[in-house]
Ligand binder design. Sequence first.
Ligand code: GLY
Length: 357
Amino acid sequence: MANTIQTIPIKTQPEYAVSIAPGLLDRCGGLIASALAPCRAAVITDSNVAGLYLLQVEDSLRAAGFAVCVYIFPAGEKSKNLSTLSQVLEFLAQEQLTRSDCVVALGGGVCGDMAGFAAGCYLRGVRYVQLPTTLLSAVDSSVGGKTAVDLRYGKNLAGLFLQPSAVVCDTDCLKTLPPLERANGAAEAIKTGVLSDEGLFTLFDTDDLTADLGEIVARCIAFKGSVVERDELDNGLRRTLNLGHTAGHAIEKCSGYTIHHGHAVAAGLSIIVRAAEALGWTEEPCAKRICAVLRRNSLPTGTEYSPQTLASAALADKKRRGDEIALVIPRKIGKCEMKTVPVGELASIFAAGWEDR
Ligand code: GLY
């Protein structure tokens, strides 16, 4: 019997559905056809994911009436640059994709961000679909329409907003992820729990996540969708999704991006929650519980970089406006709020949340 599909509508421009269930890559053609009339589909994927899932996606698309062409780029964050973007664009042109065709991003965040960016600039915009295969892309980056590539001066510095036409999440892909990749996504989902959903947070207080993966993805996407619907272009409310990211992005940057995003966010979340508690900004103590759950999910709760080093690195943060920066402060598990502070106070705030490693 076919698994029941959880469908979460995202009411943006355009409106689209996120479908979540095990076994969905075999059914992705039909699900995509319910959002887009069958057309030519350019599948963009990486060298790791192609070996695992490409054939079943191609078969499903063809069975639903799509004509398929495929571009495979080398796996890894190093590929998320202008050079690969340009190769993808040249491929779309060589294949003579038209505005009535679509791009299909099959993979993790690097693939989704880059294929989405290519879709947004090719012919000034063609439609695209996300098939996330990592926990990080399933719970966060596949939804909300942020697309980008990295520049020499930093991550995600060139990009655009373009909502996908559909997101199809096969939770079977998430069960077999390497532990480091699983932890990478767990950090963003735990962050969502701290932001808005104590029940979701509690699902991570376990040694075996696999039973709850569908529920975890659905709860994260339902919350993210509700935020993105109200602030599609990241001008206010959407910035609360960056809980733990001010110190987290700084840690990633200081490490030359060798520390993975989720691991940096976990350390950043730990720093800000300990600081909030030390400075009397929380409603109830929660730092010990949050850090224990992060550790249980193989995530770090501290960093080798000093508060001053991180504060300097955070000066380029997108949430900075002039001499002020907006921080997302945990009040208790499931409730957070924005607090604007002078950038000159950032180092002492980080220091208040420090922990010797
Ligand atoms: N990952 C945060 C956002 O999409 O706004």
